[in-house]
Design a protein around this ligand. Sequence first.
Ligand SMILES: NC(=O)c1ccc[n+]([C@@H]2O[C@H](COP(=O)([O-])OP(=O)(O)OC[C@H]3O[C@@H](n4cnc5c(N)ncnc54)[C@H](O)[C@@H]3O)[C@@H](O)[C@H]2O)c1
Ligand SMILES: O=CCCC(=O)O
Length: 502
Amino acid sequence: MGAINQDIDYHKKALSSLKDPSLLIHDAFIGGQWVATDKKFDVYEPSTGMVLGQVADCDLPDFQKAIQSAYDAQIKFFASTTGTSRGALLRKWHDLIIANSDDIGTILCLENGKTLAEAKGEVIYAASFISWFAEEATRSYGVTIPSSVPHTTLMTIREPVGVCGIITPWNFPAAMITRKIGPALAAGCSVVIKPPSETPYTCLALTKLAVQAGLPAATIQVCPTKNRQAATEIATNPLVKKISFTGSTAVGKMLANLATGTLKKVSLELGGNAPFIVFDDADIDLAVEGAMFCKFRCSGQTCVCANRIYVQRGAAKAFVAKLVQRVSALKMGAGLNSDTTQGPLVNKSAVDKVREHVSDAVAKGAKIEVGGKAPDSPGFFFEPTVLSGATPDMIVSNDETFGPLAPVFEFDTEEDAIRLANNTEFGLAGYFYSRDVSRVMRVAQRMQVGMVGVNTGKISAAEAPFGGVKESGYGKEGSLYGLAEYQNIKSITIGNLDAGSQ
Ligand SMILES: NC(=O)c1ccc[n+]([C@@H]2O[C@H](COP(=O)([O-])OP(=O)(O)OC[C@H]3O[C@@H](n4cnc5c(N)ncnc54)[C@H](O)[C@@H]3O)[C@@H](O)[C@H]2O)c1
Ligand SMILES: O=CCCC(=O)O
């Protein structure tokens, strides 16, 4: 296969088409100011491997300044706003994101590689967390509790935790950030964000719009960096009261360990290894549709992507044939090209990981039904791939591929399927397809995951509680539970109410 995108000026042409070029920002945002550090790091466009731009590379003193400034700002922010006024600011920010979604989509597409349609879809999805939490800001209820002590009233109020440290990955450069800072700001917290070094531009553009919407500038601090040691200040600085991390399980564990030093509140959205089960009684076309979405979305680079596809023996042949037909029709290419349905992966090591999973599986007996290699091309592409004959001894059974590889395993009984699905230390998402209502309830209850998709591959939405169990982390994002992650409950006991009565 020839080169997929040889246009080395691809990103320059795309950037020159931005309606508002000022949304492409290369600086950090510290203390309410855009800051150009001396050191910079390169950000790459994944379909060509060319440098997209150079971004401020923050060091420890930058993080310390950002945290102090966020601390000072948070106290004023909470004292001078109500849930209603914070909600109004968030709604303005939401509207600005939507108004600028073409530009933000283009920037996101350029730095991440996903198709423009997916990138714009992500911007809308990201904005939905802001509008969701704009509403939640006004519904932050305390309770009154009947006291066991006479003449006493017991009540609770919810208070912001304070400064929140936010660390997110590159696969959803907009949504992973808004899913955290939406509730943080709604609660009255301030945030210090270390955006992913592969995709910092989307976060910087969103920040500009937040300030334009009227959010007090110092409530959002953004410190891009390649210096991981400096970034760990977020997990150790005593002024930071909460860290919310999305990323790999290894880094999540390391940050959680660091955070115990000052007993911060911690939320962890970590790696997955989602099982996708197709029972004999399933609607096979629906199952193929779901597999296409949840396996090949973002070229297989989502934490909730199906990683292991288990098909009951009687349905396996038909399922694989239909899946192969659909996968063969995918078109790899640069994200901004209108006929592209599969963008590149984020970088070379992502391509190497898919290659390793394929060659290990083939060496252990799997058959490549379609795809199977990286094209001879600049950029970071790997062909969308289907393997049949996958078995539990293969790496792909135990390790999240994070790429466009669909390994199909066969199983015999429902019991087998559940055992295989749960045989992992991860527990983020799981999917299954069945038309038997008793089986639907049985299997949904027995899957050891935080989120289950039944007869659908789409489980993500602002209103849906998002998060895993086991080594996929803890805490829930979005939904009616998301705000509480950024709040402390304070109880107030008012005693001796009879004192002074006549
Ligand atoms: N559960 C979820 O909601 C969810 C969502 C998206 C991605 N993920 C997971 O994220 C992983 C892919 O992302 P990744 O490879 O970028 O993860 P990663 O853990 O390497 O990086 C995530 C973030 O942490 C930063 N980071 C890495 N090492 C650090 C260190 N030592 N100190 C401070 N910061 C550090 C990175 O720069 C990035 O911003 C996958 O495992 C995927 O499943 C989970
Ligand atoms: O990659 C993980 C998050 C994607 C999603 O919110 O659906």
